[in-house]
Design a protein around this ligand. Structure first.
Ligand SMILES: O=C(O)CCC(=O)C(=O)O
Ligand SMILES: [Fe+2]
Length: 354
């Protein structure tokens, strides 16, 4: 093999351990009852209460959990996974025909940096809404907006349709999860859904992690927290996702569970809940033998959303821990710094601490 670009090398303290701690702890939550048409009737009130409590415990203790019997038809997931494999098998030249650029962050790229170290991966992003409207620049004084459109490759021919069907399934599942999370915070079931209207900036990312000759020095994705409300992740059976345990700070491997989705609480829920729940650091290890594929859906609000602790969760004893910030500007700043390597730290929610 040739020389590896030093941009991939993690600082010593962030390099992965090659001994793996498997997570028994990450809860697996069964969502079956949500599939019954009359699940909100009195008949199921006990079951629903139990489910809400499980979601609340998992969100509090881990910030991560897996769901099974989630109602997403397996067929749609399998088609999405296959389309992703076919797309990434194209030549670089063909993939770059739908490459992202400075104007449009949607599409293909293989140069993402997390905390200024290059990730060992290539990705393809597409949006739920077309067009998706975001600020033109991260500059707070610049009021211009821009419209983004997903870019679609010619091959595989079914790609666009498969993506469009899949993202609708993700949207449906995310509303169910938001309702459960709202109830678990003592809010009305639909308290959070309203943030995700037809101007939401949600998107799906197809991740491909090729085999890596230096898995002890590089990461597929460096440690980070997801900036949106929540993430719904499909991982294949290779494994590599690690979550930082809230209990002891150890990196814990999330064992692949066939057909399950991994859910994680993002920064927005941390702020809205006034830190009742916290978003949790995670990262992805790569390995020298097997390529890995994963597909996260990031649930994000409209660009004009001002994010701050919900008034129901703020009291005199528990004052707001964050000042309001604008989602669109935050999102644009992140996109910008993930695209280019910067010398300064990326924008983070703690910059808005009250
Ligand atoms: O590939 C994975 O398992 C997780 C990827 C991830 O954390 C991300 O894209 O934000
Ligand atoms: Fe992530």
């Amino acid at each position: 093999m040739g020389e590896v670009d030093p941009a991939f090398i993690q600082d010593v303290e962030h390099r992965p351990k090659l001994t793996i701690t498997e997570a028994e702890g990450i809860p697996v939550i069964d969502l079956s009852i949500l599939n019954y048409p009359d699940f909100s009737s009195e008949k199921y009130s006990k079951e629903l209460e139990t489910l809400v409590a499980e979601i609340g415990d998992a969100s509090k203790k881990w910030g991560f959990f897996q769901v099974i019997n989630h109602g997403v038809p397996l067929e749609h997931r399998e088609k999405m996974e296959l389309a992703s494999r076919k797309f990434f098998a194209l030549s670089k030249e063909d993939k770059r025909k739908v490459g992202r650029d400075e104007f449009n962050p949607l599409g293909y790229y293989d140069t993402e940096h997390t905390k200024n170290v290059r990730d060992w991966k290539e990705v393809f992003d597409f949006a739920l809404q077309n067009p998706t409207v975001i600020p033109f620049s991260p500059d707070l004084d610049d009021k211009q907006l821009k419209q983004l459109n997903s870019q679609w490759p010619d091959y595989p021919p079914e790609f666009r349709e498969v993506c469009e069907v899949y993202v609708q399934e993700m949207e449906k599942l995310s509303y169910k999860l938001l309702e459960l999370i709202s109830l678990s915070l003592g809010l009305s079931a639909n308290r959070l859904n309203g943030f995700f209207d037809e101007e939401q900036t949600s998107f799906v990312r197809l991740n491909h992690y090729p085999p890596c000759p230096i898995p002890h020095l590089a990461l597929g994705v460096g440690r980070h927290k997801d900036a949106g409300a929540l993430t719904i992740l499909a991982q294949d059976n290779v494994g590599g996702l690690e979550v930082k345990s809230k209990a002891d700070g150890e990196w814990i491997r999330v064992k692949p569970t066939p057909h399950a989705y991994i859910i994680n609480i993002g920064d927005l829920i941390q702020v809205w809940s006034n830190e009742e729940y916290e978003s949790v650091e995670h990262r992805v290890m790569v390995n020298s033998e097997r390529e890995r594929f994963s597909i996260p859906f990031f649930l994000n609000p409209a660009h004009y959303t001002w994010v701050e602790p919900l008034e129901e969760l703020v009291t005199e004893k528990n004052p707001a821990k964050y000042k309001a910030y604008n989602w669109g500007k935050f999102f644009t700043m992140r996109k910008d710094s993930n695209f280019k390597k910067h010398d300064v730290e990326n924008i983070q929610i703690y910059h808005f601490r009250a």
